[in-house]
Design a protein around this ligand. Structure first.
Ligand SMILES: [Fe+2]
Length: 289
């Protein structure tokens, strides 16, 4: 293996060396990265000073890139190319996002534990987030290992949830921040209808089972809504216990990549004036799950 792997925390996160995204990677390197990602859910590639074209070329090694223009309201401020999106405190012109604006509230919802792209079918599989502009003291991003959360569930609970499905939607997760359905255009809602996913998944490479939860998950399919929501809340509280969580401390030019099929993550609060820009990209699963 050409890559070097240094565990950062148990089998949750590792630092991976030997990758130069700016120079371009080979399919063999991409496959090695996939192998590392089947052991660790989060990998950190340091010192990746890259531009948009290089990020886009990198992510395309891992599958069909996720289109970032489905939600039309995000386009003006944060949409870069069809496959890149800024998770940022400022807009494309460098101006701070206005309080109570759609974009600011949309981004604030990233502080809820969630899984990128669970509101789509097929859902997102991997995310690659590039630190383009960091404040002096950047807030951490936290990741929860949903394989460990599954393993630690009592057997009775595992049996109860094993064959369930949950409904996920962007409208549900954003309503928590006060973004009601009317704040989305008809086109955005049409692009992102509610979808259903299995609550328990098995990783195709590692064979490990994991819970598939998200802030986008509203209820259990076929159950009364309140009961389903209560079960999801219980599973969420279980899954984000500190022993399952890695807190990533950002360094300049980090590219952090993670497996969305078996992890959740959240942004920690940050409202200082120094801008923060993380450039987001991802690939989706080939089949519905
Ligand atoms: Fe996210």
């Amino acid at each position: 293996m050409a890559l070097t792997v240094k565990a950062l925390q148990g089998d949750i996160a590792a630092e991976v060396g030997g990758v130069d995204i700016a120079a371009g990677i080979t399919p063999e390197i991409a496959n090695e990265i996939e192998t590392v990602l089947s052991k660790y859910i989060v990998i950190v590639l340091r010192n990746q000073q890259i531009n948009d074209e290089q990020q886009q070329a990198f992510i395309q090694h891992f599958g069909p890139p996720v289109k970032t223009n489905a939600i039309k309201e995000l386009e003006e401020a944060t949409h870069r190319q069809p496959h890149l999106l800024d998770i940022a405190t400022v807009d494309a012109q460098g101006k701070p996002l206005a309080d109570k604006s759609f974009i600011k509230l949309y981004m604030l919802a990233n502080q809820f534990w969630h899984t990128d792209g669970s509101q789509s079918q097929p859902p997102q599989r991997l995310t690659a987030l590039s630190a383009r502009r960091l404040p002096t003291v950047p807030p951490n991003t936290e990741y929860a290992d949903m394989r460990a959360a599954w393993d630690a569930l009592p057997a009775l609970m595992q049996e109860k949830v094993e064959d369930l499905k949950a409904q996920h939607s962007i409208a549900y997760s954003r309503a928590k921040m006060g973004l009601s359905q009317d704040t989305f255009s008809a086109e955005s809602l049409k692009n992102r209808p509610p979808v259903e996913h299995a609550l328990v998944r098995k990783h195709p490479r590692s064979g490990r089972k994991s819970l598939y939860l998200s802030g986008h998950a509203s209820h259990i399919v076929g159950w009364p809504e309140e009961e389903g929501r209560a079960l999801l809340d219980e599973l969420m509280a279980h899954a984000v216990q500190r022993q399952f969580v890695y807190a990533h401390q950002w360094q300049p030019n980090d590219l952090v990549m993670w497996d969305d099929s078996c992890s959740m993550h959240r942004a920690l609060p940050y409202d200082a004036p120094e801008p923060r820009v993380l450039r987001w990209s991802g690939v989706r699963e080939l089949q519905p799950v």
